[in-house]
Design a protein. Structure first.
Length: 474
């Protein structure tokens, strides 16, 4: 199976998964080996030099058809209401090797449905084909052993142990690896049919591991629905549940949809982004470089940092640059699998960019230092993943007490702080191109962005480029 997988030769299967051990329980990956009397399962068949294996012979296809019928004997055929429709291997294989009239005439065995087995998991045991992937994941990956197969024969079911639920930070991987719709996610359940969604590759901004992911959305209505792992050497086949929440702030109900500028009479007004940039340029022209400060979150791309520092540090001569970090973060924390205590995707990239322009690159929360710096104009790149920043509301309020602060952000939370009178809407991580560098310095590329959910949103490079042009003309 692995040899075929590497050479893009597809063999139908249910229980085999490249990230798990071999179980050989679905009996679906049957192939014919020359000079051997019986068909054999590909997942547990050792490839040897000179071996000739056939995957498309009539007897192989007939075996697949019969194996599929056994898997469907007690399956409830919930396709019209099942969230897995469109991503279900039973559906795919029926269209590929099935299309038969069932010969079973006995009533199907009924099993429990919609079981609460985790904080984000719903289990429908009627749909389960007992492929054992979920049980192996719990044993081998998270090593929590929360699932087992109980009873025997056609009464066998997957389930949790009595009075226990799945509580770890990797629950939704069970949804990903389930080849049918037995495990579904509460967060995504009944939200959208998958064939209406578009997916684009991205890098998870939830922590410094930098998992490779796919973001799923509907560009035509500018709405995002989920994040799933993309196989890579960084994260293998998995990602944590925290990272799966990083799509929510991209939706319009949480976005800053317009720019805001000071009216000059102590109030603020909605303006276009070019008008806000012009207003900021006037402020920058009116003060010395020593009175300007930058407050920068480690959640932006390397390219954005380079553009920001090239203009403010190299061109304007600004030397007051502070990192905007969560005071309660524990950088050395690690769950042993993927999730790290540094809840920023580009701490490494920010340190590297600071070093390039001759500034201290030490990882330090400089928020309090900024507040004491006496800067008359502050440009602040706000944290994008706000749920990782519990101190953010208090910090935004404190920023509003400074002389002049321009907050560049994706979020409407800054707009809710009345004292903040200059705001610029930014694109989210799934809406721009660029590079994150994870805790090891490995580059993760954002290459195929979605259209921005907010018309006026810009990335930092675009804002700085426009600001430099206005400043030069002023």
């Amino acid at each position: 199976m692995e040899a075929a997988h590497k050479h893009n030769v597809y063999i139908p299967h249910f229980c085999w998964h490249p990230g798990l051990s071999i179980a050989g329980v679905c009996r679906f990956c049957l192939v014919k080996v020359d000079n051997r009397p019986k068909l054999e399962i590909a997942c547990n068949l050792q490839a040897t030099p000179g071996m000739k294996v056939s995957t498309l012979l009539p007897e192989v296809k007939e075996a697949h058809k019969w194996a599929l019928e056994f898997h469907l004997v007690n399956h409830p055929l919930d396709c019209p209401i099942c969230d897995q429709a469109g991503e279900c291997k039973l559906q795919d294989f029926y269209m590929e090797v099935g299309k038969y009239k069932s010969e079973m005439d006995r009533p199907k065995v009924l099993k429990p449905k919609a079981l609460d087995v985790g904080s984000d998991l719903v289990l429908d045991t009627e749909r389960c084909i007992l492929c054992d992937r979920c049980v192996r994941f719990e044993q081998e990956v998270t090593k929590t052993g929360a699932l087992g197969i109980f009873n025997r024969g056609d009464r066998a079911v997957v389930g949790t142990y009595p009075d226990k639920k799945i509580e770890h930070n990797y629950q939704d991987n069970l949804v990903d690896i389930c080849p049918v719709g037995a495990f579904t996610s509460r967060d995504f359940r009944f939200k959208q049919r998958v064939w209406f969604l578009k997916d684009q590759p991205a890098v998870c901004p939830g922590c410094s591991t930098g998992c490779h992911v796919k973001v799923y959305g509907k560009p035509q209505v500018r709405t995002y629905f989920r994040v799933k792992p993309r196989e890579s050497e960084v994260n293998g086949h998995w990602m944590c549940d925290v990272g799966r929440k990083t799509y929510k702030h991209l939706n319009q109900d949480q976005r800053l949809r317009f720019a805001v500028a000071d009216t000059g009479t102590g109030g603020r007004a909605r303006v276009s982004v070019p008008e806000a940039i012009s207003s900021l340029a006037v402020q920058l022209r009116g003060v010395a470089a020593s009175d300007i400060a930058l407050l920068v979150s480690p959640q932006y791309t390397c390219e954005e940092y380079d553009a920001l520092f090239d203009f403010f540090v190299k061109k304007l001569g600004v030397s007051k640059v502070f990192q905007w970090r969560e005071p309660t973060e524990k950088l050395e924390a690690f769950d042993g699998l993927l999730y790290r205590g540094d809840h920023n995707p580009n701490t490494f990239g920010l340190s590297e960019a600071l070093s390039k322009v001759g500034l201290p690159k030490d990882v330090k929360n400089g928020f309090d230092d900024l507040a004491r710096s006496g800067a008359k104009v502050v440009v602040a790149l706000a944290p994008e993943i706000e749920f990782q920043f519990p101190s953010l509301p208090a910090q935004l309020q404190r920023l509003s007490e400074l002389a002049f602060v321009s907050v560049w952000t994706t979020s409407s939370s800054a707009y809710n702080v009345k004292g903040l009178r200059h705001l610029v809407p930014l694109k989210g991580f799934a809406e721009k191109k660029g590079t994150f560098r994870n805790y090891q310095g490995k580059a993760g590329e954002l290459t195929k962005p979605f259209p921005a959910a907010v018309d006026e949103a810009k990335d930092v490079v675009e804002v700085v480029t426009a600001l430099a042009e206005v400043w030069a003309r002023a």
